[in-house]
Write a protein that binds this ligand. Structure first.
Ligand SMILES: N[C@@H](CCC(=O)N[C@@H](CS)C(=O)NCC(=O)O)C(=O)O
Length: 175
């Protein structure tokens, strides 16, 4: 896997980045925002505003997609699955590409969203990642942060204000 360094995609083997004991130095996520209720929130919960990027092969992304389904957030948080291409630049949308929500940008690689959000960022490019179509930024690229936000959905004033679909959604069972 490559990574972004100062906004440019680099393909050097990042496993060579280790300390004296041979421990791999794993760069943390640079996108650590929160989707929260309330107009004052940096990323307020709003219908149709957020988009989730995942990959079926990734267990962390799988957790995020599970929570999205269990919390019935599909109508509110749209989803695109990316994949890997041999010789590619990390997570890919394939030859057909992808129109970045909230922009007219047609991209092929997930890392291109990161540099729309922050043109000079230095970071690994991981799934799951959430995109905010309104501010054209990435609130979060860590599954635990996302899952905690999804988990809080509907749990009162501190939770997300995404509303349940009006018809047939709250029929018992998993919520
Ligand atoms: N700490 C991240 C880990 C996610 C992660 O590492 N995902 C892998 C796929 S399973 C990935 O995108 N790796 C790309 C890379 O590390 O460059 C999270 O909690 O979401």
């Amino acid at each position: 896997m490559g990574q972004l360094v100062d906004g440019k995609w680099r393909t050097e083997n990042i496993l060579v980045q280790h300390d004296d004991k041979g421990l791999y130095f794993k760069r943390g996520s640079v996108f650590r925002g929160r989707i929260e209720s309330g107009a004052a929130a940096e990323f307020p919960a709003e219908r149709g505003r957020y988009h989730l990027y995942c990959a079926v092969a990734c267990p962390w992304a799988h957790r995020a997609t599970l929570m999205r389904t269990l919390k019935r957030l599909e109508p509110f948080v749209t989803l695109t699955n990316t994949f890997q291409e041999t010789g590619g630049q990390g997570w890919s949308f394939g030859e057909q590409g992808h129109i970045v929500p909230g922009t007219d940008r047609h991209v092929r690689w997930l890392h291109e969203l990161y540099t729309i959000a922050d043109p000079a960022c230095t970071t690994r490019v991981t799934v799951p990642t959430v995109w905010d179509a309104k501010t054209r930024r990435c609130p979060s690229s860590g599954n635990l942060r996302l899952i905690r936000r999804f988990e809080k959905r509907g749990s009162g004033s501190s939770g997300l204000e995404f509303r349940r679909p009006a018809v047939g959604a709250a029929s018992g069972g998993l919520r």
